[in-house]
Ligand binder design. Structure first.
Ligand code: ADP
Ligand code: ADP
Length: 228
């Protein structure tokens, strides 16, 4: 699903954000990406969505080498990726329905299909019946769920989340993580960038850690597994 081979990223100003990063996230896998602020998490996600490009090394998504994609092919790649942000990037003056429908409207789906898919996505995140609400009428946890519904309404093969629980309390954060688990169980690959180590420790998933642009993967020992 995601393959990084010796990927480095140096920004135009000379800042090195990633150093020879290697990892493979398999189809259907769920993993965390942790690291301090400035460690390179957002950069890594931007290389996956081709908002940024690697300086050296190879990034392949769904079997496609992104360096070989033409500008016209990039939107097709992005359609297969659902993005979730900390501040959920919702249009606050629009309805929940309009927010979730947006990716489908862009793709030109029929209104009947849009209604069906939006209802399905809202049902999945536990917001069925809130179509006519505006995000401002919802709680923080619910707003984040609208963002997740919008990310999954396309049925993407891969979900990327950038600090999805950054503004939520521990209980709501756990609820959102359990929602990711459900989506992963239905076959979606999930990569969650977070600095919430407490949350990561409570979930038994693969954890990739960035330290000043270098990626480390801690292999848990059986003793550690038992203490989690
Ligand atoms: P994180 O998401 O882990 O906080 P980032 O990927 O945002 O880390 O940043 C990694 C490093 O790259 C930081 O030193 C940051 O200042 C730098 N950086 C990020 N984006 C840019 C950019 N567009 N131009 C120059 N430097 C950048
Ligand atoms: P929490 O504190 O649990 O995050 P809130 O107390 O903010 O949630 O909201 C609880 C419920 O009340 C939500 O379902 C939300 O839709 C509704 N709600 C909150 N604020 C408003 C509002 N200004 N107008 C209408 N409904 C609201």
């Amino acid at each position: 699903m995601i393959l990084f081979e010796q990927v480095s990223k140096v920004y135009p100003g000379g800042q090195q954000a990633l150093k020879k990063v290697d990892f493979h996230l398999k189809q259907g896998e769920m993993a965390f990406l942790t690291g301090h602020s400035g460690a390179g998490k957002s950069t890594l996600l931007k290389l996956i969505t081709v908002i940024e490009r690697a300086s050296t090394g190879r990034v392949a998504i769904n079997g496609f080498d992104v360096a070989k994609l033409t500008p016209k092919q990039i939107p097709y790649l992005r359609r297969n990726i659902g993005m979730i942000f900390q501040d959920h990037n919702l249009l606050m003056e629009k309805t929940v329905f309009d927010n979730v429908a947006l990716p489908l409207i862009i793709e030109g789906y029929s209104i009947g299909e849009i209604r069906k898919r939006v209802a399905g996505a809202l049902d999945m995140v536990g917001l069925f019946g809130k179509e006519r609400h505006q995000p401002v009428m919802l709680s923080g946890g619910e707003q984040q769920r609208v963002g997740i519904a919008r990310a999954i309404v396309n049925k993407p093969a891969l979900l990327l989340a950038d600090e999805p629980t950054g503004n939520l309390d521990p209980k709501l954060s756990m609820d959102i993580m359990q929602l990711f688990e459900v989506l992963n169980d239905s076959g979606t690959s999930v990569l969650i960038a977070t600095h919430d180590l407490g949350l990561v420790a409570r979930m038994k998933y693969r954890t990739l850690t960035l330290k000043q642009g270098q990626l480390f993967e801690l292999r848990r020992t059986i003793a550690q597994e038992e203490s989690v």
